[in-house]
Design a protein around this ligand. Structure first.
Ligand code: GTP
Length: 591
């Protein structure tokens, strides 16, 4: 049966341990590769950052012991922000290569990806990579794999030179079971990814679990009940490779008459249009946005351009959530929701590079919750749109569990750094004689600004970190508001923990004082927490008075002059009777 010659597998690894290079070698070895560029991470940003974001799939042919095998390498993104994509791609695999860099040893993400693969019940094949490297210590990694994951006799490879790669791919054939399913059964096909392609429209990555699917077939989505016709079907090799049909066990793509990617529900099951009582596959949890930021064009006239750019972006990246937003301080813009920090960083870079629109991004915030006195629970995604204080019984904030791997000598510094971030230590494990793993629980808000950067600099770049979202926890939070002449500034309103309110308030008013030019009158700058002013500053008057030159009388001249001045400042915002250039906020919000 065709299925016994199919293997669906993935490679999981910590960032930079060589996943893409190994995938390249596989493509080369199977003669699939023609292009020099790494195909598995296509987007320029991904490549530059060395991070694979989108799940991509490559079908390869390989002859082994006289049989032709069809190997589907299902690529998985290696970062927690995309754990949703990871789980759906693992669903389509029966085996995983766990790759560890022989120069670095197991790192934070090695742990998380191992457990994901383990929980998905995959056959795990351990591999130690970069054995050609002068500073490789493969024996150490062999020990680590044994001690921490109970994995023995890993394959020794160099994805760079190709050493050991053939043995590894043959181990995939030997050890990974063929996909389950029934070729003669009624069609059941699983949708595990979708994206928008400017040439073909919506493309769905699918696995045919039971039966077969042909070009021209009419199928139905069990999820939304809509029917579609198969316009095109085929394998995903370097490019899409159309075929007449796919059958049970095969992974490939289909182009259906879908108008938008939102119709392609990840985790959906398709069956033949008239088939009844087909049992759908278990769907997936919808990914949730955990980080929010306001995005405002610096030049308000670019708002429409920004809108178009975001819509286009959204077609390719459906996990980005976009809402129109308006701020007294920053004008018209958008509120964007991201899966996590990395997702937001990639967004910033792409917006900058591909769309050339200068924007102000407000500091990232997390989705808080509040329990009201009447018992209802509400989600707070914008701090300046909160119910009155007296209605709120308590606030809840999202928590994370972080895993940090560091060389022993940084232990003290890293522990005291973590303590400054409202954390609780859950675990400390020696990975070997030189490395230690730490696990902490702490609020997500503590790690979204520059936690990882600080951790890197404390450890001279040696620390690796991964995080996992946990439940919400009650927290003593309050609203911190910056004000100019008692007028609250919406762009400078935050929910903060009581223990940090004073420090943050002080920094805010200092920065405002530095950035707001003097006026003809006193300006009072304040910050309040929970309605009480806890920091304040004054800016003394200073400005050339344009009207002083005119000796009274001539109203038309006066008006003309005022008008001219007004036009020169049409982009200014009025807050507390003070004209503020939105660019000011960019300086204040920068860190
Ligand atoms: P992500 O896409 O971020 O998950 O990274 P990756 O795991 O795909 O790592 P990648 O393949 O991009 O390799 C990271 C770096 O290690 C690159 O500079 C590679 O050239 C290098 N590298 C990969 N494999 C080997 C190897 O076997 N030996 C040596 N010396 N270098 C290697």
């Amino acid at each position: 049966e065709a299925r016994s010659y199919i293997r669906n597998f993935c490679i999981v690894a910590h960032i930079d341990h060589g996943k893409s290079t190994l995938a390249d070698r596989f493509l080369e070895l199977t003669g699939t590769k023609v292009d020099k560029a790494q195909v598995l991470d296509k987007l320029a940003v991904e490549r530059e950052r060395g991070i694979t974001v989108r799940a991509q799939t490559a079908t390869m042919n390989y002859e082994y012991k006289g049989h032709q095998y069809l190997l589907n390498l299902i690529d998985t993104p290696g970062h927690v922000d995309f754990s949703y994509e990871v789980s759906r791609s693992l669903r389509a695999c029966q085996g995983a290569i766990l790759l560890v860099d022989a120069t670095a040893g197991i790192q934070a993400q090695t742990f998380s990806t191992f457990y994901q693969a383990f929980e998905a019940n995959l056959e795990i094949i351990p591999g130690v990579n970069k054995i050609d490297h002068p500073s490789a210590v493969p024996e150490l990694v062999v020990e680590q794999l044994k001690t921490h994951f109970d994995l023995h006799n890993p394959f020794m490879v160099s994805a760079k030179t190709g050493q050991g790669v053939k043995e590894l791919i043959e181990a995939v054939i030997e050890k990974v079971p063929p996909p389950p399913g029934n070729t003669d059964g009624r069609l059941r096909c699983f949708l595990f990814d979708s994206w928008y392609d400017w040439l073909n429209g919506v493309i769905c990555a699918i696995e045919i679990v039971d039966g077969r699917l042909q070009k021209g077939d009419r199928i139905r989505s069990i999820n939304n009940g809509k029917t579609y016709q198969v316009h095109e079907i085929g394998f995903m090799r370097l490019e899409l490779e159309p075929r007449n049909s796919l059958e049970s066990g095969q992974v490939g793509y289909v182009v259906l008459n879908m108008k938008e990617t939102s119709e392609a529900l990840i985790g959906d099951t398709f069956c033949m249009v008239d088939d009844k009582d087909i049992v759908p596959f278990e769907g997936f949890k919808k990914s949730k946005c955990m980080v929010f930021s306001g995005v405002f064009p610096i030049d308000q006239e670019e708002c429409e351009d920004l809108n178009k750019a975001l819509m286009k972006y959204n077609l390719e990246d459906r996990s980005l959530v976009i809402q129109k937003d308006q701020s007294a301080a920053l004008g018209n813009g958008f509120r964007c929701g991201f899966l996590g920090l990395l997702h937001m960083d990639i967004f910033k870079e792409r917006l900058d590079r591909e769309h050339k629109i200068s924007v102000i991004m407000t500091p990232p915030s997390v989705p808080y919750k509040a329990i009201l006195k009447d018992g209802t629970e509400i989600l707070i995604e914008k701090c300046n749109e909160m119910p009155d204080k007296f209605k709120i019984k308590t606030f809840l904030e999202p928590m994370v569990s972080i895993t940090i791997v560091i060389p022993n000598e940084y232990l003290g510094d890293v522990m005291s750094f973590c303590l400054q971030h409202r954390s609780k230590q859950d675990e400390i494990v020696n990975i070997d004689t030189k490395h230690v793993l730490l696990r902490y629980s702490l609020p997500l808000s503590e790690i979204i600004v520059d936690f990882y950067d600080c951790l890197k600099s404390i450890t001279k770049g040696m620390a690796t970190m991964d995080y996992e979202h946990k439940d919400y926890r009650e927290a003593d939070l309050g609203k911190l508001v910056a004000m100019i002449n008692s007028d609250p500034i919406d762009a400078l309103t935050f929910l903060v923990h009581r223990s940090q309110a004073y420090d943050k308030a002080k920094i805010l008013v200092e920065k405002l004082k530095e950035n707001i030019p003097g006026q003809q009158f006193d300006i009072s700058i304040q910050a309040s927490f929970d309605g009480k002013v806890i920091a304040s500053q004054k800016i003394r008057p200073f400005r050339k008075d344009v009207l002083a030159k005119l000796y009274g009388g001539d109203q038309t001249r006066k008006n003309k002059l005022l008008d001219k001045q007004k036009r020169g400042k049409k982009k200014m915002k009025m807050i507390g009777n003070v004209e503020v250039d939105p660019a000011t906020f960019q300086n204040i919000l920068r860190n």
